[in-house]
Ligand binder design. Sequence first.
Ligand code: ADP
Ligand code: MG
Length: 565
Amino acid sequence: SNRIETLEFQAETRQLLQLMVHSIYSNKDIFLRELISNASDALDKLRLESLIDKELQADTSDLHVTIEADKEQRTLTVRDNGIGMSREDVVALIGTIAKSGTAELLQKMKESKDAAASQELIGQFGVGFYSTFMVADRVTLLTRRAGQEEGTRWESTGEGTYVVETVDDVPQGTSVTLYLKPEDTEDQLFDYAAEWKIKEIVKRYSDFIAWPIRMTTERTDEAGATTYDVQTLNSMKALWARPRSEVEPAEYNEFYKHVSHDWSDPLETIHMKAEGTFEYEALLFIPNHAPFDLFMREGKRGVQLYVKRVFIMDDCEALMPNYLRFVKGVVDAHDLSLNISREILQQDRQIQAVRRRLVKKVLGTVKEMLADQPERYRTFWNEFGRAVKEGLVEDRDNQELILDIVSVDSTHDADQPSTLRQYVERMKDGQKDIYYMTGESRGMIENSPHMEAFRAKGYEVLILTDPVDEVWVEQVGAFDGKPLQSIAKGQIDLDSEDEKADTEPEREQAKKDFAELLSWLTGKLSAEVKEVRLSSRLTTSPACLVGDAQDMTPTLEKLYRAMGQ
Ligand code: ADP
Ligand code: MG
């Protein structure tokens, strides 16, 4: 049936479209990058599917992208002969925004009234296909899924609804046609039907795309005759395969945007090549900001796997551990089967070796950042520190390397977190332990009675407020040979030997004086506490609760309960 349906955009999509239609994003040029990026993905998918499924009825002899501009009609079309979409795909993929974090993003935009902030937010989020509505007041899409007969036509003005229709005689793949906004014609800068403009955008943003991006250019000679010439606009060099010295920073940045779907530049680029028994190239990026779904269960990992330039899979968990899930990029391994499954990859010893090396490289890069570019490291830690700390528990092999890059709050400086190394350098003469306290907030910890004696004696205490902190401090136990000691647990002796000798008789006397009171209190409170003791840790508070050295802290109890244990 070729039924025509008018469907409503999902509420969140509608709000995003509103923003696009009113074009709050200043760099409108990037709509073309988004369309080319989608076309390139579709070509990757078709190549892979046809390699795996020999029965697939699809022509893969000349996979490419074409751009067609019509100056009279004021249209711009981007066409690919890739995987295409079924009608259901179109409704599911183009009509809705599946990205987790959309609701949060929109909420943030509502909260931040100023335009620059919402621009920044949308830049962080990226809007892919919808960015076409920055430059077009109507968009049509014609597509046919490889191996299927029916084609689908989609059209929308980006307002509340879109139309889908089943149509015949659609070439395999997808073409997207933009009806350019009339107001943009006046400004040369936004003349997206102009040949020079298209060439410039492709060169700037999409040069590394591995498929040819073609455009038919028109020339009128002196005699008035028109000639046509098909040009390939991009150089198509797989960036990761090129020597580092020959790649411009801007090229890395654009490639990052393509693989990450991010709109801002990466914080750090890592380009490496391994030769020998198992050859591979890796081009990895640490983003500038955390994705919205960093702590959501279904959140994505960012590393793509290629085998000899053939795209194999997104989101390859075998290549990056969970705690480094924010790292984006590409690994191109030379000796793997194209058919390799996720399960087999996880078991593959060579892949495990690649992963070990990538992890060391990423952590090493952060360590260098900490030494050489402390500001940049701060950004990194603010964005990703919470995830990295999971590695202290998850990745025992790299615990030491991770400990080197961990920063935590401290009583030393209210504004600057401290590394463990910095803490150790500030330790007082004779101080053997690294003191810390865990809790829900800095305020709670600072006002805790446990803190009093430490403050009075001038000892620095690390302030750990993330739930994951509870878990790692327990497991790690020590740093640089110095035990990590909770100030809220067990008995801590802050007095030096001399001070102890001075006060010993006094304390013995006090114990005797209060013996009756203490045993009376212990009896009265037996349901709540194990023992009531005299304390030397308080200076102004009358009493405090102390856990046994082996007890769980209240936050940890909560964490385990939340995990259902
Ligand atoms: P993203 O590329 O980040 O997933 P987009 O908004 O750019 O988001 O695209 C949404 C989805 O629509 C894509 O993930 C893809 O499944 C589908 N899509 C878009 N363009 C094409 C295309 N040219 N061919 C096949 N599928 C496409
Ligand atoms: Mg896209």
